[in-house]
Design a protein around this ligand. Structure first.
Ligand code: FE2
Length: 500
C-alpha cells in the first residue's frame, strides 16, 4: 500500500503567482488557477510553458512503498533520476522563460524488486533557498543557479548540471543539495549539461561556453575526477552549444547560429541568445588528444541532442536530433523556445578524407531526447531510444502559429540502426512520455539486453508513472508501471544511478 508524506512548502503572498499558475494535471483546479494568474483564459495557450504537462509542481513529496503494476526487475538496484525546470515563486509569470525555471529532480529508488520511494526536490541554489526561507550554507558561487538540465552519476556522486555559466551542484542519495561541485577545485568557469562519459577510458568530456568568451572549451575530466586538460577552440559571436559528440578519436563541436546578443542582454531578455543569420553553421572535428578544429560548413539547422557518435574508417558518424532553421531559443512571447518545425532523427557522416559532410534523415517522426546504451558512448552502437511527447511540441509551436504535427504523438521509440527499422511503444493522449534511459540487465551481453525507463503521465490518475519496458520486448506490456504520488512535469534529462 502506498503511503506518502506531503510537505507543502509554498506559502505566503510572495509565492502566490507561482502557486496560481500551477496545478494538477488535467484537474479543474488548474484552469481556474491559471486564469487567476494571467487574467486571461487558461485555454488560450498564453503561457504554454507553465501549463498542462509543462506546469511546475508546487510541492516536494516523499512517498514510500510505491504501488506497482507488474514487477520491478530485481536487478534494478539504484535510483532513476530526471530533472527539469520547475519555476518557484514567479513574480511575473509572463516575464519568465521556461529554461530558467529552478531545477527540480524527481527520483525513484528501486531495490530488491520494490519501488522503495519517490522524492522530488528543488536544487538548493542560493535563489531557491531564499525563496523557500532556508539558509544557504557557504559562499554563493558566481552565476549561481538551480541546475535544471541534467543529472548524472559521477565517481559515486550525483551531480546536477547546467550549461552556459553556473557550477554543477552535488546532490545526496535522497536528492538533498550538498554543495556546488567543481571537480575538486579544478573547474574554472562554465560547465555544460551534456557531458560524455567514455567508460573504457574513464574520461568525462565536456564542451563549455560562456557569453563573454571568444572561444569554447573542450574539457577532459580524468579518472581522478579533476579537469586534466582544457582546449580552447576559437569561435565567433559566442554561440550557444547545447550538446556535442564524442568518438574514440574526436570531439565534434557544433557551432550553431544561435549567438549571444548583448543588446538583448542589456534589454533584460531572460535568454539573450538569438538566431543569427550572419553566423555560419559549422561542424568542427577536434582530436580528442588536443589540437586545432577542422571545420566543415553546412546548411543551418538547430542541433538539439546527440544520440551517439563513432569513428568509421576515415569518417566520423554523428547521430542526433535536430530542428529546422531558424530556431529561436527565446520564442517571441511564448515563455520558451519556438521552432518552425518538428525535431527529427538525423545522421552526419563526416568524410575527413574528402572534406564533406553527408546528411541523412534517419526518421522523420517528430522525436527528441535520444539515448543510447551508455557503455557505448563514443563507440559504434546499433540501438537508440527516443521519446515523442505532443505536449511539449504544442508549446513550442504556438508562437509561429504552426499547428502541431499530427504525427507528434506520445510514444517511446527504439531504433535499430543496423536494420534501419524502429519499434514504437505508444501511450495514450496526455501521456507526455519523457526521455527514455536504457539500463543494462545485470550480466547483459547484448547491447539491448536491459530496460528502458521513462516517466509517463497517467491522465486518468492525474499523476505520473515510472514505466519500465523490456528493451528486447519493446512493444510488449511494460514490465512495471510504478505509481508516483504526483505529477512529474515534462522536463529535460536524467540518468540511472546504479548502486553497484
Ligand atoms: Fe538537452
Amino acid at each position: 500500500m502506498a503511503s506518502h508524506t506531503r510537505r507543502r512548502i509554498l506559502q505566503g503572498a510572495a509565492l502566490a503567482a507561482a502557486g496560481s499558475v500551477v496545478g494538477g494535471y488535467g484537474g479543474g483546479h488548474y484552469a481556474a488557477a491559471a486564469q487567476a494568474a494571467t487574467g486571461r483564459a487558461a485555454d488560450g495557450g498564453e503561457l504554454p510553458f507553465l501549463e498542462g504537462a509543462l506546469a511546475p509542481v508546487t510541492e516536494e513529496l516523499t512517498a514510500f512503498d510505491l504501488t506497482v503494476t507488474g514487477r520491478v526487475p530485481r536487478d534494478l538496484d539504484g535510483r532513476y533520476l530526471r530533472t527539469g525546470p520547475n519555476a518557484l515563486g514567479l513574480e511575473d509569470p509572463r516575464a519568465h522563460h521556461w529554461m530558467l525555471g529552478d531545477g527540480m529532480v524527481h527520483g525513484v529508488r528501486l531495490r530488491g524488486g520494490r519501488a522503495e520511494w519517490y522524492r522530488n526536490r528543488w536544487v538548493r541554489s542560493s535563489g531557491v533557498a531564499r525563496k523557500l526561507g532556508e539558509t544557504y550554507p557557504g559562499r554563493v558561487p558566481p552565476d549561481d543557479f538551480a541546475c535544471n538540465t541534467h543529472v548524472i552519476p559521477y565517481k559515486g556522486r550525483i551531480v546536477a548540471l547546467q550549461e552556459g555559466g553556473p557550477l554543477p551542484y552535488e546532490l545526496d542519495g535522497e536528492l538533498g543539495t550538498v554543495r556546488p561541485y567543481d571537480f575538486r577545485r579544478t573547474l574554472k568557469g562554465a560547465f555544460t549539461a551534456h557531458t560524455k562519459y567514455d567508460a573504457a577510458a574513464d574520461e568525462l568530456h565536456a564542451v563549455t561556453y560562456y557569453p563573454t568568451w571568444d572561444h569554447v572549451r573542450h574539457l577532459v575530466v580524468d579518472g581522478t575526477g579533476r579537469v586534466a586538460r582544457t582546449t580552447r577552440i576559437p569561435v565567433a559571436d559566442a554561440p550557444m552549444m547545447h550538446d556535442f559528440a564524442l568518438t574514440r578519436k574526436y570531439v565534434v563541436i557544433v557551432d550553431v547560429p544561435i549567438t549571444f546578443d548583448p543588446a538583448a542582454a542589456d534589454a533584460g531578455a531572460p535568454v539573450p541568445y538569438v538566431w543569427n543569420e550572419r553566423h555560419p553553421m559549422r561542424v568542427g572535428v577536434v582530436p580528442r588528444s588536443g589540437g586545432a578544429a577542422r571545420w566543415f560548413e553546412i546548411d543551418p539547422v538547430y542541433y538539439s541532442h546527440t544520440l551517439n557518435a563513432y569513428d568509421q574508417g576515415h569518417e566520423v558518424v554523428v547521430e542526433y536530433t535536430s530542428m529546422p532553421a531558424p530556431f529561436h531559443a527565446a520564442g517571441r512571447g511564448s515563455g520558451g523556445p519556438s521552432a518552425t518545425g518538428a525535431p527529427t532523427l538525423d545522421r552526419w557522416t563526416i568524410d575527413l578524407r574528402g572534406g564533406r559532410v553527408r546528411g541523412t534523415r534517419l526518421d522523420d517522426l517528430p522525436q527528441e531526447f535520444p539515448r543510447v546504451n551508455e557503455s557505448l558512448v563514443s563507440r559504434r552502437h546499433r540501438f537508440g531510444y527516443t521519446a515523442s511527447a505532443a505536449e511539449m511540441w504544442r508549446a513550442y509551436e504556438t508562437v509561429d502559429g504552426v499547428p502541431p504535427d499530427e504525427k507528434f504523438t506520445n510514444c517511446l521509440v527504439k531504433h535499430d540502426m543496423a536494420r534501419g527499422t524502429k519499434e514504437v511503444h505508444r501511450f495514450p493522449k496526455g501521456a507526455a512520455a519523457s526521455e527514455p534511459v536504457f539500463v543494462p540487465r545485470r550480466g547483459a551481453r547484448d547491447e539491448d539486453d536491459g530496460y528502458v525507463l521513462s516517466y509517463v503521465n497517467d491522465p486518468d490518475r492525474g499523476a505520473t508513472d515510472l514505466v519500465v519496458l523490456s528493451a528486447q520486448d519493446f512493444t510488449g506490456r511494460p514490465q512495471a508501471r510504478i505509481q508516483l504520488p504526483g505529477r512529474v512535469p515534462l522536463g529535460f534529462h536524467g540518468s540511472w544511478v546504479a548502486d553497484r
